[in-house]
Design a protein around this ligand. Sequence first.
Ligand SMILES: *Cc1c(COP(=O)(O)O)cnc(C)c1O
Length: 405
Amino acid sequence: MMKVTRKTFDEVMFPCYVPQDMVLERGQGCYLYDQSGRKYVDLSAGIAVNCLGHNHKGVVDVIAKQASRLIHVSNIFTNNQTLTLASKLVKLTGYDKVFFVNSGAEANEAALKLARRVAYDDYGEDKCEIISFDHSFHGRTLFSVSVGGQAKYYTGFGPIPGGITHVPYNDLETFKQTISDKTCAVMMEVIQGEGGILPADPDFIRAVRELCDQHHALLIFDEVQTGVGRTGSFYAYEQVGVRPDILTSAKGLAAGVPIGAILTYDRYAAHFKPGTHGSTFGGNPLACAVGSYVVDKVSDPLFLEQVRTNSDYLRQELQRLNDKYHVFQEIRGRGFLIGAELAPEYAGKLSTLQKLCTKHQLLVLTAGSNVLRLTPALIITKRIIDEAMVLLERAIQDLVAESKE
Ligand SMILES: *Cc1c(COP(=O)(O)O)cnc(C)c1O
């Protein structure tokens, strides 16, 4: 194989990322190994994607078997794997119909287009306004990034699509003043992931649901990050007692193979008539075969119970470390979607902490400008959590020492 180093990245890759210093080569469970064989404990899981860990035997077998049978046929034809996964998702969630895509952004793009089309068909073109929330993240296509509530991500790409209003999250008064009969959709995350692991207030979610009903606006939950067992239930909406009209899912749905899906009721899906929307790769048999395997595994009540127990343990261990070092002002999140917000005296030190973690062979994520984000594989055990906490403690000790200098 060609000899590549981290320097190769700067030479041949677009500079939109600044990856950590090593080049990864191999993974096993919750461990990753770089080119020199150095081992890392991975609490990132490919940004909440590798829900069953790296190189999971079942996943590898499904991929190998399906690859030897059928990888792709397009939607001009259907196939057994697409239909199987769609049937499983419908049965699991109680929605009627599924549309498959290849990523979270594409799922949100499809959901937003569907909401616009439903409103257009039923009420006319004036009902086209979309409300979303400050700090939300919905992907990087021009429509999804514009609906996302972080101006830094859509600035410089204008003109951006019109009819989008961002309001503060968990601020019912402002939301009430903004929604109208011209609103066709409200898009929200049950817990804002990229924005900083910020949960929506359950009362707020319920009020948003009621106001959407009053104004015939579709409520879209972006469960791209919160879905597929991440928060301790298969989808996070199950824990807040509010059902969206359209649900979007991606990230963990095929354990690392690209996939996305939107779920909704017949009365809305019916508006995507032949020719209105499409995808070349969406619903390909390879991704769907893995998706079926993941749904079977992760929807098992015993699996989800393990996620809740072990994630409580991780949060508790983080708290214990923090009682000793006081580097975080708050530890929050649900299940294995965990955020630890840096205390004011460490503001601006987030990327330093992340680099120190990497130095101590622990891989972590960040969310927003001040939050350490942990999204380990859902299969992580208490023993590996203990191992991770030893490494995190070393990184925190370095951070504390560095800050005293
Ligand atoms: C990651 C993410 C997306 C975008 O998904 P891609 O697969 O990167 O397009 C959208 N919404 C949320 C909530 C996400 O976490």
